[in-house]
Unconditional design. Structure first.
Ligand SMILES: Nc1nc2c([nH]c(=O)n2[C@H]2C[C@H](O)[C@@H](COP(=O)(O)OP(=O)(O)OP(=O)(O)O)O2)c(=O)[nH]1
Length: 195
């Protein structure tokens, strides 16, 4: 555990979780804005299976790049509608600075959630994402929704998901290396809550 806040994120945070504290942080890079949005409802969370592009084969909230002349909130609402077919009154809950070794830009990811939505969650209609519900409670009886598929998600999401679930605002940083086969390996991470 390191209570030292990493470079590139705001000061005045309360330590929540960190890992690989003995590794160096990657050099800071200019940022590019992204969003990720989650629906949290009745002890379940809606995630999407990414069918193509960056993060292919993994589950994540719904999101993508913030386009020019859009606010991050507008982008998050648009991406949720494009990828899950629903409209939701999203609330901001976190910021994640995500840096991959060798990349040109750091991802500044605004993280959102909503507890209600309008419309019907799309089944498997887009080429981008396949929405699926997962249980937020750790113990699942037979016939319940599947547990969150941590092994098919960005490796450090498991450390901030409890904060999202409890709707506690947070800020964090996650650095990743790439191995010879192009897989992303978590290098160092730190998450803190906003006081
Ligand atoms: N949960 C989580 N999401 C992450 C991490 N790193 C990371 O880039 N993301 C998200 C941010 C973006 O929503 C998404 C990457 O953007 P993307 O590849 O989907 O964007 P895109 O260019 O396809 O987007 P677009 O065409 O839909 O605008 O992955 C991470 O560590 N955890």
């Amino acid at each position: 555990m390191s209570s030292q806040i990493p470079p590139g994120i705001s000061q005045g945070l309360d330590y929540f979780a960190s890992g690989n504290d003995n590794k160096e942080w990657l050099p800071l890079l200019p940022i590019k804005h992204y969003t990720v949005a989650h629906i949290l409802q009745d002890d379940k969370v809606l995630l999407g299976y990414k069918k193509r592009g960056f993060g292919q084969g993994m589950y994540n909230g719904f999101g993508g790049k913030v386009e020019p002349n859009e606010t991050p909130l507008q982008a998050a609402v648009r991406e949720l509608e494009e990828e899950a077919g629903i409209k939701a009154p999203l609330r901001h809950i976190g910021v994640l600075i995500f840096i991959v070794a060798g990349a040109e830009k750091a991802f500044h990811i605004d993280i959102y959630y909503a507890e209600e939505f309008e419309g019907t969650v799309m089944d498997n209609r887009t080429e981008e994402m396949r929405p699926e519900w997962f249980s937020l409670s750790p113990s699942d009886g037979p016939g319940e929704l599947p547990p969150i598929p941590w092994d098919k998600m960005w490796d450090t999401d498991r450390y901030w998901f409890p904060l999202l679930r409890d709707k506690r605002p947070f800020v964090g940083r996650a650095d990743f290396d790439k191995n010879e086969s192009g897989a992303f390996i978590s290098r160092r991470w730190w998450y803190g809550t906003i006081q």
